[in-house]
Write a protein that binds this ligand. Structure first.
Ligand code: GAL
Length: 808
């Protein structure tokens, strides 16, 4: 075992050296190295690990991004509490050894961390580089002064301290849970986050691309430099170029401004997220010193007090959802493909905007939003000086808030998807005069770095004159959370202000669970433990349950209708997330607020949004059709692009229905008899769509439905395999909870399992999972090899299933 570890260590070191050496010999450009592999990890405090002679042979080898909490067991006794996901946190160390070629001594070498939760401290070769309390902040350290070259190894040590708890109202994860890169540049280089690209005067005929570039000369002598910028279209063809000359003294920097015109620009939009690339090169004489490529979206937008939001001159509603950062069974460990899947599911639902609740996201989320066409409200804080939890961000507010906010703006301001900066969510200081001074200060920090985007916040107090953050006059867009009954007053209360429903709904549901009568609206807050004897910790998935400060989905959607002055809404929440299991105590440990469950399976409300937020014909019939004979069952349907729907039970019509008044669904109250329900939608008398639900028999076999059959062999790519328990005719068995065992062979491994049940205490990192309401999820991850991936799923008494994917 020991020999293997040592061997791997050397192999890792050798490979890094090889990569560094190969890329360093001739080229002068920037080198960006994925620095995620070959780390060693151990829970607990190990201060000696920063010493070169420390032995890590007993440590676990891990590849970043890494979240140690997600592999833990659930317990209500963990200090994270149920709000934080009831998973363990604590302290841990990471360590990595690497070599650098001798010629790198002439270079500047820094390390970039996209985020470490939390309280990280970093050492290189025993030198302490710094600390970063905020777990969502990105940061970099210059390693150059402390590095060894040639065959003398470098030791990076990272301490992560997530022991102070509770520190969050949702699951955070623990560890180096986002990507890490090593960057090598020449002494003359573009500063880290030192390039800002934005657009102005955009029309169909022409756009101006505004560039601010900070070039550093870390050498001793003055250099005559040339900055060459080329704008390339999506085919890689140059559409504009500009060259600027500048002399930079030794150990100085220069800020260069360029204004570049692009004729007939293709505009970036939700439907057509067209991206140019800005290629920036810095030369000293004819020698290339640094180069950077930055995606560019040319677009303009506006918030208007009367007409709401418009993009490129076209009025549009912001149809948004709030998302926390966890990826269900994968925890907080960032995986681009997992984020992409979430966004794809949301796009299909009609979502066009994401609110990054309540912290800056992983950069990959913003890259994907740029590429896939989503608008983003990028959010900095859930608390300022006054906390919501004993050890949340308020404890380091004084020292770190400026830096944390600056970093968000500097890092994210080049993304066309980002359209607003949020300085906070439901900040306690909105009720206190400190709200005026802090909001003004934060807005000032942002405006110094980016004048192109409005500033907003998620506020609870909406009454005029009562909210100190509003009074600070530092918000360009007033974002109000909940209180949908007040929407009709907002234009009177704030006639001159841009408005958005920054958070709404907080409806509650468990996928596949139904309780009658479905037309009785239920508001829930918290349920007492004593009353939980027979509780199954499930909430009805008809849209009739919400948190008592919120509303059903339909209630808020109705309240928004016809109010042009409200730019749109962010629904709480797009996906279920770990933690905040309101209204239930443990064993509930994840949220009920999602329109999509934690495993990524849509709940019924998904189709309500699809029918309201997209133009495609929608027809959704629920619930399942397995009830007791004679039981009265409410049958609901969501539909769109049709005039009417007709329901049949075992061939007999139960009547034609149309949505009445402002209703967004139709309902029949039906005496159950086994068999099948058939629903058709019609437009002008012609059938548009048909849906059927059949009474299922006993569980008979397992079905595997991967969302992707071809994986790339990059060690990161995932396939999300839906596992269904069906009867002998292939009908989903709606209450099936069979335990399914998985075997994955070949070019992949199991990355996680889940079933979306909010109170399951099974581990996410296992080779088995119980189905919940007929389904569970298996996530497989390529293991860097190419070839076949054979997945087998078996369960006692059921016919097994097998499917084969490939990796290339
Ligand atoms: C809001 C809060 C969110 C979440 C939600 C649950 O008030 O901003 O973070 O807690 O309630 O309903």
């Amino acid at each position: 075992m020991r020999i293997r570890t040592v061997y791997r260590l050397f192999l890792g070191v050798f490979l890094v050296m090889l990569m560094l050496a190969c890329s360093s010999s001739t080229k002068k450009q920037r080198m960006i190295l994925d620095f995620n592999k070959g780390w060693y990890f151990k829970l607990g405090d190990h201060p000696n690990a920063l010493n070169a002679d420390f032995n890590v042979s007993s440590w676990q080898e891990v590849t970043l991004p890494h979240d140690w909490s997600i592999a833990g067991d659930f317990s209500e006794n963990h200090p994270t509490t149920v709000a934080g996901g009831a998973l363990p946190a604590g302290k841990a160390w990471y360590r990595k050894t690497f070599l650098l070629p001798k010629e790198a001594v002439e270079q500047i070498i820094w390390i970039e961390f996209d985020g470490v939760y939390r309280n990280s401290e970093v050492w290189i070769n025993g030198h302490r580089l710094g600390e970063r309390p905020n777990g969502y902040s990105s940061f970099k350290y210059d390693l150059s002064p402390y590095l060894n070259y040639g065959d003398e190894a470098n030791i990076l040590a990272v301490k992560v301290d997530n022991a102070d708890q509770p520190n969050s109202r949702w699951y955070t994860g623990s560890g180096i849970y986002r990507n890490v890169r090593l960057v090598r540049t020449e002494k003359i280089h573009i500063d880290h986050w030192g390039l800002f690209v934005s657009t102005s005067q955009v029309s169909q005929e022409q756009a101006q691309v505004d560039l601010e570039v900070v070039i550093k000369n870390e050498g001793l002598v003055q250099r005559h430099l040339t900055l060459e910028t080329r704008i390339l279209n999506s085919e890689g063809l140059e559409v504009a170029r500009q060259t600027t000359k500048e002399t930079v003294l030794g150990n100085q920097h220069a800020e260069i401004i360029q204004e570049i015109k692009v004729d007939n620009p293709q505009l970036w939009s939700i439907e057509h997220p067209y991206l140019y690339q800005v290629e920036t090169k810095v030369y000293a004489g004819i020698q290339l010193m640094d180069d950077l490529t930055t995606p560019l979206g040319i677009r303009y937008f506006k918030f208007d007090p009367e007409n709401g939001f418009s993009l490129n001159g076209q009025a549009m509603k912001i149809k948004g959802v709030a998302m926390h950062h966890d990826l269900g069974a994968l925890g907080a460990a960032v995986n681009k493909r997992a984020i992409e899947r979430q966004l794809k599911i949301l796009k299909e639902m009609g979502v066009n905007a994401i609110r990054t609740a309540h912290n800056p996201p992983a950069p990959e989320l913003l890259d994907l939003c740029d590429q896939m066409g989503f608008l983003v409200q990028d959010e900095a804080f859930d608390v300022w000086k006054e906390g919501k939890q004993e050890s949340d961000g308020h404890i380091y507010w004084e020292q770190w808030h400026r830096k944390d906010l600056e970093v968000m703006v500097l890092r994210d301001r080049n993304h066309p998807s980002v359209i607003m900066w949020s300085i906070g969510n439901e900040i306690p200081e909105q009720y206190d005069s400190a709200g005026i001074s802090i909001a003004s200060e934060l807005a000032g920090i942002i405006k110094e770095l980016d004048m192109t985007r409005p500033i907003t916040a998620g506020l609870n107090e909406n009454r005029p004159g009562k909210n100190f953050v509003v009074q600070s006059a530092s918000l360009d867009v007033l974002g109000f959370n909940y209180r949908h009954k007040d929407y009709s007053m907002l234009d009177n209360w704030y006639p001159m202000m841009n408005l958005i429903a920054a958070e709404g709904m907080s409806a509650l549901a468990t996928r596949g669970h139904y309780e009658m009568p479905s037309d009785k609206i239920i508001r829930m807050n918290s349920l007492e433990k004593e009353s939980m004897e027979d509780e199954d910790y499930s909430i009805s998935s008809y849209d009739h349950v919400s948190a008592d400060w919120g509303s059903t989905h339909e209630e808020t959607l109705k309240a928004l209708k016809g109010k042009d002055y409200i730019s749109g809404v962010f629904v709480w929440a797009g996906f279920d997330y770990l933690g905040e299991s309101t209204p239930y105590p443990f064993p509930a440990r994840s949220s009920y607020f999602g329109i999509v469950d934690l495993a990524g399976f849509p709940k019924d409300a998904y189709y309500l949004y699809q029918s309201e937020w997209t133009d495609k014909p929608v027809l959704h019939l629920f619930p399942h059709w397995n009830w007791k004979k004679g039981e009265q069952v409410d049958v609901w349907a969501y539909y769109s692009q049709a005039d009417e729907v007709e329901l049949f039970l075992n061939g007999k019509s139960l009547g034609v229905k149309k949505k009445e008044g402002d209703a967004m669904h139709v309902m029949w109250r039906v005496d159950f008899e086994p068999g099948s329900l058939r629903l058709v939608s019609r437009k002008n008398g012609e059938q548009v769509l048909e849906r059927q639900v059949h009474t299922a028999g006993d569980p008979d076999k397992v079905l595997l439905t991967p969302d992707r059959r071809e994986l790339s062999a990059d060690g990161k790519d995932l396939s999300f395999v839906t596992v269904s328990v069906v009867d002998s005719k292939g009908v989903l068995v709606p209450h099936a909870d069979n335990l399914i065992h998985f075997e994955v062979k070949g070019a992949a491994k199991i990355a996680g399992v889940d079933n979306g049940y909010q109170a399951s205490l099974e581990s996410f990192k296992a080779d088995h999972r119980k189905a919940f309401n007929g389904k569970c999820l298996l996530i497989v991850q390529n293991n860097e090899s190419k070839g076949e991936i054979v997945i087998r799923a078996s369960s006692d008494g059921l016919r097994a299933a097998q499917t084969t994917l490939t990796s290339d």
